[in-house]
Design a protein around this ligand. Sequence first.
Ligand code: SF4
Length: 312
Amino acid sequence: MAKPVFWNNTKRYYDLKSYWRNRFGGRVYKLPIDAGFTCPNRDGRVATGGCSYCDGRGSRLRESGPLPSVSEQIARGQAYYRKYRGAGQFIAYFQTFTNTYGPLDHLRNLYDEALAQEDVIGLSVGTRPDCVPDAVIQLLQGYTDKHHVWLEFGLQSMHDRTLKMINRGHSRDIFVGALQRVAGKGIQVCTHIIVGLPGETRKDILETARFLAALPIQGIKIHALLALRGTVLGKQYEDGLIVLMTRAEYVDTVCDILEILPPEMVIQRLTADGYRDIFLAPQWAVNKMEVLNAIERELERRNTHQGAAMRL
Ligand code: SF4
């Protein structure tokens, strides 16, 4: 079974780099921005304590003093990516905490500021599915005439029992409701999932993949569960209450997920990285390239690719 020609790449899945190249004819980089938001799952509006795996620190930028403005952060990022990666176009990625959690005028000012910067062709806004009122969707829709706009929703799992266990503070139905309100507005949706959450079997994880494959979602980020020092989950790991996946289990499960996802869904991420100073486990996740190579090798061994299971 041949892989889709429109990917125009040498991979066995539709990676973000290929998507940017196909859509914009060159290199595009997402510039992470910390705009000083908080999170309703931490400040008491939804819950306190946050998701069990979340370290709650925000960005390194935030730790090191007053935050630079959005335009300053973009300028710094652009200087780096122009010099070292030959990038010419950029997406302003509002990444830290919940980037729709604030008064509408404040959001508009931040997004407008980002889009006014030279060579910024769009926005990617990371948020929670319970934090996108219609007014925010309308605001983002207003940018889609001239710009490329993504909303990134953390979901992690389709199973309410898991969402409860990790203290997400929202249900699967809230996620589906948010998707329905965003659909047809010209906004692309990327969903984040975590593989290896406590209590989940391979069957549970693949149910999440099948659930997402059937929804109007254009992108996905797949993360391995990481145990980080200072988090609830990190403590559970240190106390021996949870077991993390081995690399082989992770690679095998991710390949199963890729086979289920539709070929048009852009794979924005296949593993998690960073957090070196508070990282506890699993040790194999530290080497991102090795994980990516192992996924590629496993897809090759199976002689399969993203979307292959949809056509069986
Ligand atoms: S919603 Fe995001 S920022 Fe908020 S606690 Fe969960 S992972 Fe952390």
